[in-house]
Design a protein around this ligand. Structure first.
Ligand code: ZN
Length: 400
């Protein structure tokens, strides 16, 4: 156990102070001291260092309860930036955001025809270069975060298995380091999403949380005691391959009846093809996709609505397993399939009500990600920011 040396105490204080500014800005030095119980001189000296680093800046004057109006503090929003990348199965979306995690610029790149590790790295590099070109000369990128579908080893920054691209062992961090001399973090998309939900929750971040990213596959990000849960080989959260029906359809993984065989966009399309006369898809140029089935549901097509209710049922069964396994404070759902949340969520909640073991389990908190299609991107950004803030708190401060 580390004892409270002066240096260590100072770091802990700095961590508390910077996070207080992050979550409560604009805030005065006096308010920080009052709310964190750190002495005013210590707050002042740390704030001075953070301002010298360009991480924090003084803004307008706040209100005073008599006497001089205090200067308010906030994170700087035009000096340091982070790159967040959502590397999905069909395209790459890159973003440039400030220290508050606000997305300022975006770029898209299709992954069509990308079928080798080399081509994938090339696409990532191009995306990051494109988004970096929005920077002005006196602005810096503090890190790059990549949220990647499939099995990811965040320590090595490697995509071990990216099933939707059919690629394995992509050394993302190592290869990108040849082009970019800044910290690079690679994380599984659902885990990044979970991190984003916690990091950007400024008032009530949960200590336990499960996120589900439901699209072509289903992945879960699990937070236990405030930390991401990985398992020994980074496999934890592969709930898409939890067996729900032992005699069910064969999954991409080769097993039968995995959760994702019952919830993915693919099953929505195949159910629609089998049950909805093709004439209904004429107005969509005969395109039968998850989205067109959703649009049919919105226009009142009962069979389409029924299909979404069945998908909601399967998601509910997956979630009740997760609830009984992890008993999280909060469950957050995201991914393209959740675009149809108006049809899915009531059934999901109904299944949890029916099958929860206790009254509290029945009333588990389930919500849709407030970031919509940006949930994974926000997660990639949060992964970088959490490291940046840890570094600010722990490293020796250096001045330029
Ligand atoms: Zn499977």
């Amino acid at each position: 156990m580390r004892l409270g040396t002066f240096e260590w105490m100072k770091s802990v204080n700095r961590s508390i102070i910077i996070n207080k500014i992050r979550t409560n800005a604009p805030i005065s030095r006096a308010q920080i001291a009052k709310e964190t119980k750190i002495t005013p001189p210590t707050v002042s000296s740390n704030v001075k260092e953070l301002i010298a680093l360009g991480i924090v800046e003084e803004t307008d004057y706040g209100t005073s309860s008599g006497g001089r109006k205090p200067k308010m503090l906030m994170l700087t929003d035009n000096k340091y930036f982070v790159v967040g990348v959502d590397a999905g199965s069909q395209n790459i979306q890159a973003s440039l955001s400030n220290l508050n995690g606000e997305i300022l610029y975006r770029s898209h790149c299709s992954l069509k025809g990308v079928n080798t590790n080399e081509l994938f790295i090339e696409a990532l590099t191009t995306s990051i270069n494109t988004i970096s070109s929005f920077l002005k000369t006196n602005q810096d990128i503090l890190g790059i975060g990549i949220a990647m579908h499939g099995v990811v080893n965040p320590l090595e920054g490697e995509a071990i298995f990216a099933p939707n691209l059919g690629l394995t062992n992509i050394s993302i961090k190592e290869r990108l380091s040849e082009h970019f001399q800044i910290p690079i973090y690679v994380e599984n998309d659902a885990r990044a999403m979970a991190m984003g939900e916690v990091w950007f929750d400024k008032t009530n971040a949960p200590l336990s949380l499960v996120t589900l990213n439901i699209g072509r596959g289903v992945g879960a990000g699990i937070i236990v005691d405030g930390k991401l849960f990985y398992g020994k080989d980074y496999l934890a959260g592969e709930i898409g391959h939890m067996t729900i029906d032992m005699n069910g359809d064969i999954c991409d993984c080769g097993n039968r009846g995995c959760l994702q065989t019952l919830t993915s966009g693919k099953i929505i399309v195949s159910k629609a093809k089998a049950r909805i006369p093709s004439i209904h898809f004429e107005r969509f140029n005969d395109q039968i996709t998850g989205d067109t089935v959703f649009q049919l549901a919105c226009s009142g097509n009962e069979e389409a609505i029924k299909i979404f209710h069945e998908i909601g049922h399967a998601i509910g069964i997956g979630l009740i397993n997760l609830i009984h396994l992890f008993n999280p404070e909060r469950i957050v759902l995201g991914g393209r399939v959740m675009d149809a949340s108006q049809y899915l969520l009531p059934i999901v909640k109904q299944i949890i009500q029916e099958k929860g073991l206790t009254g509290k389990a029945k009333n588990s908190h389930v919500e849709i990600s407030r970031w919509g299609h940006d949930a994974t991107l926000k997660g990639a950004i949060a992964i970088v920011l959490s490291h940046v803030f840890d570094d600010v708190a722990e490293d020796e401060l250096t001045y330029e």
